[in-house]
Design a protein. Structure first.
Ligand code: FE2
Length: 230
């Protein structure tokens, strides 16, 4: 792995690779399918192929000021190194709200103020803009979601792997309904599967890795049933 130089960056990528390896060695793989397993099996080589990009312009977000420290500090023992890497790297990333063009509503205003994502790695033209790393085959994002926040139903053509660093929350995946997911869980959203996340009393930190179509933006279902882009 090249020297990536930003605080926490090389540690973050190495620990995510370790998380994927741990998920693959778990016997039930979150009850995932064989397709989910093959997605996870393709991630380590993509992570090892990340190279430094032009540095992103650091941009903070109100959600970080409110939720990053409490979420890092509530991470369980096993996830503390990953949480510490997120905290070290966070000031150097470009944090954004998602779906700024969605119709305003109390739910969306809470979401905009309390949910932020930042690209860590993207290709040229990838969703979310520039991160500190470049890849032609994957994107990697960090996500901070405050307590009591609803990230509604959305989908995208990219295959997605989520890993939870901190915060137990309720996650929807396709027809399986909402279920509780906890720190250390690693799971797959296959292309165009509708998913959603609702936090309870705990803020959440997660990483999301994309494979496949890295340029098509996610679509969020609005209150009138139409969809808006991220
Ligand atoms: Fe997603």
């Amino acid at each position: 792995m090249p020297c990536m130089s930003l605080p926490g960056l090389d540690v973050l990528v190495s620990l995510i690779e370790a998380e994927v390896g741990r998920a693959l060695s778990a016997t039930d793989l979150d009850a995932g399918s064989g397709e989910d397993r093959s997605v996870l099996e393709s991630l380590p080589s993509a992570l090892r192929g990340l190279v430094p990009s032009e540095r992103p312009v650091p941009t903070s977000h109100p959600a970080l000021g409110r939720w990053l420290d409490p979420a890092v500090e509530s991470a369980p023992e096993q996830q503390r190194p990953l949480a510490a890497a997120v905290r070290a790297l966070a000031p150097h990333l470009t944090w954004k709200s998602a779906y700024p063009d969605a119709p305003s509503s109390p739910t969306m205003r809470r979401f905009w103020a309390n949910y932020a994502f930042a690209p860590v790695a993207t290709p040229e033209g990838g969703v979310g803009g520039v991160g500190p790393l470049l890849s032609a085959e994957m994107s990697l994002y960090l996500v901070v979601q405050g307590a009591g926040i609803e990230y509604g139903r959305h989908h995208h053509p990219a295959t997605e792997v989520y890993g939870i660093v901190s915060g137990t929350a309720r996650w929807l995946r396709g027809d399986h309904g909402f279920r509780s997911r906890a720190p250390g869980d690693v799971f797959v959203h296959q292309p165009d599967v509708v998913h959603a996340t609702t936090t309870g009393v705990e803020p959440a930190i997660s990483w999301a890795a994309w494979l496949g179509d890295l340029e098509s933006r996610p679509l969020l279902e609005t209150s009138n049933g139409s969809f808006v882009k991220v």
